[in-house]
Design a protein around this ligand. Structure first.
Ligand code: GCW
Length: 844
């Protein structure tokens, strides 16, 4: 090695110690990066943390805990722990099950017990030596304690003197992965499956191991690894060894593996003449398949079942009940300690829209309330948090309050199906908490938040808890958006302790994920905490639900897509008013499914909260909200506020340039910039739609007035042809232009005064090609790009509407702006408009 090269290397080494910002970060380590703390905190930790780690158990979770402590403390605080299986005389970190630690030394911990899966972190002095004890009620609880300790260190908490016991709120803390065995993921936005590929479990389960680590760190103890729209093949004998491999990888992390099953399997897979749950041959078939699974996977978690829902077969084929269906599987699982989650998501998707009494929101309660008490002790009804389907705002499902003698679990959706599909940043814990904290007013004492009901506390149920639909993928950052990881983190933290505030959760996550620079923490937490309300503001406020393409991709804006079909996500907006009348007095009666105290407040417009008004009532556009604003003006204002807030997120993020590693800084910036563009599409589409429907003008005169906007259909077109866009509200002026030649030009004439402008080109980027664009002013080329994004649309619509902004362009009166489009494949280089706005210097 040459001297200069050596010098260079040592320079790199110094850089590495001094700053973690220099390193590229992919997000793959999530919140478990163990990045070096600042110098003062490192010193403090070096003083307070003992230098060896003692464990006495060979159980895999305890070994994992030890490895985690070693790598965590090395990364965070530059500590090199010695490994030992004795209690060293000069003190140590000691990690193990409570029982085993008591055997090792009576002096480590005072008397006391721990609840299931609980842990105890305690500093003790034995014979003058300091010990930092991590005791777990179970083996996996040793891991939970370990991750809790590492979280303290990573967020800079003192570990000099601790005495803390903690235990999970509920026994069920599971995730579901809607992965198909071909490797695709239903409603997954982070790439292909980490579990499956080409009809089999993947050879390389490295990412499964990493995922298990992330799950353990937030206390998740179960996972189903295939889509609830289940392929019967997962139960076939040849699959058992494959599933067993996944279980082997996740077992050390304390995570039990489960499968989603298809109710028709006894017939489709087992070749029986029937799948009637009361038929003896069917009963025997389930038992045999389950016994077989347990031979290979002794700690198999159980099954998830979606039956009689969205085209899946179920017990109705034979006139049997959901309880019959759940119990036939429950009885096969019971001897092995397995559980069945029976999904409460059962509704008729062929309902007649013309019948004002029809209401999908009633379905879960109507289907399951009559069956209360008929489910076996190891069956759990898994209930989506709201009565419809993961919309941006829904009331708590009335079914939570209607099962007294049945186990239940709440299903929350971590993957952002209706929440911008990870292309929009939406931090969901504030929304989940509204449901979890909502008082259903049932049970002894008449007060019962949803969290207590689902955890089985209200009616003293043996089982219950939390299920999150996660859908991570092979993308290095798991979800396709760094900020979306906070939703998995938040889900786990709330499943462990639903009393945590969203502010606390996001503060932890941010410090763990980006470090504790106060500016970074302040900015990231503020963006995350405001993001749900912001998203709601521009996609479906006042309980309208998401005004998205309900029958298509659930992504872009399409205000009428929910209407005139059987899917039941109706908002019933017409020329006079908007909203679903769900009252008992004149509507669908849905409100009557709640306990009287809740029903009373929803039944009257005078007491119904504004946020849910249009979910519960049909009102004229001129109806005044509690705030005094009319409904229509609120719809206009909230959409403008929402879009403006996203733009502010982007500016706030920009202030972190240089304070977050470049890779994640750029990726998040790109995401937020895209979200700004989409929020404008939403804003314009929804406000224009309601303007046209209601004929009520925007008091602030913004809707249908767009200063600086030049429509493509009014430009001078060379090769481009004008095209009507469907739905009309997704294109400015209802129209776009498409190129029907090898290349085309749209020429826009600038009529403003001389100055510096930002020029936005609004175009359509469908997923069937990669068209090219070039923008010129005279012979100056301003920008060139390829429309190669992969948004979920092959049509010109709200999903494919995209924008390119060229900043600080000098323009003079009479200048012509030429946009040249070159189609590719089925992508027509379509244009919507050019918008020219005075440039505002935002540098501080
Ligand atoms: O929200 C709907 C989704 C479906 C999903 C279904 C369910 C797995 O659009 O993709 O199917 O809910 O929860 O079963």
């Amino acid at each position: 090695m040459t001297a200069p090269f050596r010098l260079f290397l040592s320079f790199l080494f110094v850089l590495d110690l001094g700053s973690t910002l220099a390193e590229a970060e992919t997000g793959q380590a999530g919140w478990l990066r163990y990045a070096r703390l600042d110098g003062a905190t490192v010193q403090r930790m070096q003083r307070d943390v003992p230098r060896s780690i003692a464990t006495f158990e060979s159980a895999a979770p305890v070994q994992k805990a030890r490895e985690e402590l070693v790598s965590g403390l090395r990364g965070l605080a530059d500590l090199d722990l010695k490994l030992t299986d004795q209690l060293p005389p000069d003190g140590a970190i000691v990690a193990g099950t409570l029982t085993r630690l008591r055997q090792a030394s009576a002096g480590l911990l005072p008397t006391g017990t721990l609840p299931p899966d609980g842990f105890w972190l305690k500093t003790s002095t034995v014979n003058g030596a300091r010990f930092l004890v991590i005791a777990g009620e179970s083996e996996r609880a040793v891991l939970y304690g370990t991750f809790a300790l590492l979280r303290k260190v990573a967020t800079g908490d003192s570990v000099a003197a601790i005495d803390e016991k903690d235990a999970p709120y509920a026994p069920i803390r599971w995730v579901n992965e809607w992965n198909n065995i071909d490797g695709s993921i239903e409603r997954g936005y982070g790439g292909r499956s980490i579990f499956w590929e080409g009809g089999h479990i993947r050879e390389d389960l490295g990412r499964v191991n990493e995922y298990g680590r992330l799950l353990a760190s937030i206390g998740i103890n179960g996972i189903s690894i295939n889509n609830v729209n289940a392929n019967p093949r997962v139960l076939s004998p040849e699959f058992v060894p494959e599933v067993a491999r996944v279980a082997d990888v996740l077992r050390p992390w304390g995570v039990r593996v489960a499968l989603a099953i298809d109710f028709g399997s006894p017939q489709s897979l087992g070749k029986l003449p029937t799948y009637d749950p009361l038929d003896p041959s069917v009963i025997a078939w389930w038992k045999a398949r389950v016994d077989d699974l347990y031979k290979a996977i002794p700690d198999f978690g159980g099954c998830v079942l979606k039956a009689d829902s969205e085209g899946r077969v179920g017990p109705s084929t034979y006139g049997r009940t959901h309880a019959d269906a759940a119990n036939v599987v429950a009885r096969a699982l019971a001897p092995h300690g397995g559980v069945i989650f029976y999904r409460g998501f059962v509704y008729d998707h062929h309902m007649d829209w013309n019948n004002p009494k029809n209401d999908r929101a009633r379905a879960a309660y109507d289907n399951f309330h009559p069956l209360d008490g008929q489910f076996d002790a190891n069956a759990i009804v898994q209930i989506k948090h709201g009565p419809i389907d993961f919309q941006v705002r829904e009331p708590a499902s009335p079914l939570f309050g209607a099962l007294e003698r049945t186990n239940q679990a709440i299903e929350l959706q971590i993957t952002q199906e209706y929440m911008g599909q990870a292309r929009h940043s939406v931090f969901l814990p504030p929304m989940w908490k509204e449901t979890l904290d909502f008082d259903m007013h049932v049970g002894p004492g008449g007060s019962s938040p949803v969290k207590a009901l689902v955890a089985g506390k209200t009616f003293r149920r043996p089982l219950g808890g939390f299920v999150g639909v996660s859908n991570v993928g092979l993308n290095p950052n798991w979800y396709g958006n760094h900020l979306s990881q906070a939703n998995l983190y938040g889900f786990g933290r709330l499943a462990w302790n639903p009393d945590l505030t969203s502010a606390r959760i996001i503060d932890e996550w941010t410090r763990l994920t980006f470090g504790s620079d106060p500016g970074v923490v302040r900015t990231v937490t503020a963006i995350q905490l405001a993001s749900w309300r912001t998203y709601e503001n521009y996609t479906g406020p006042l309980g309208l639900q998401n005004l998205t393409d309900i029958v298509g991709n659930h992504y872009g804006v399409a205000v009428e897509a929910s209407e005139r079909n059987g899917w039941g996500q109706w908002h019933r907006a017409d020329d006079k008013g908007v909203g679903m009348d769900r009252t008992v007095a004149t509507g669908t009666g849905y409100i009557g499914q709640y306990a009287p105290a809740v029903a009373k407040s929803y039944e009257s417009v005078a007491t119904c909260p504004d946020d849910l008004l249009l979910f519960m009532h049909h009102v004229p556009y001129t109806h005044r909200l509690h705030s005094g604003k009319t409904v229509i003006q609120y719809l206009y204002d909230s959409h403008y506020e929402g879009a403006a807030a996203v733009e502010q997120f982007l500016h706030d993020w920009d202030s972190l340039n240089g304070r977050v590693d470049a890779e994640r800084f750029d990726e998040i910036r790109t995401q937020l910039d895209y979200q700004v563009g989409q929020s404008i599409v939403w804003r314009d589409a929804v406000t224009r739609w309601f303007h046209r429907a209601s004929s009520v003008a925007d008091a602030k005169n913004r809707v249908d007035h767009y200063p600086g906007r030049l429509e493509a259909e009014s430009a001078t077109l060379n090769g481009y042809v004008v095209k009507d866009v469907t739905p009309w509200e997704t294109a400015s002026g209802d129209k776009a232009v498409e190129c029907s030649a090898p290349s085309c030009i749209a020429t826009f004439r600038f009529a403003g005064g001389a100055g510096r402008y930002d020029v936005t080109i609004r175009y359509f980027d469908v997923n069937t090609g990669a068209a090219r664009f070039r923008v010129r002013v005279g012979d100056r080329t301003l920008a060139e790009w390829t429309a190669a994004d992969r948004v979920p649309s092959r049509r010109l619509d709200g999903s494919s509407s995209s924008r390119h902004v060229v900043r600080e362009v000098s323009l003079a009166p009479g200048d012509t702006i030429l946009v040249e489009g070159t189609p590719d494949g089925a992508e027509t280089a379509a244009l919507d408009y050019v918008e020219i706005q005075p440039h505002v210097d935002r540098r501080h």
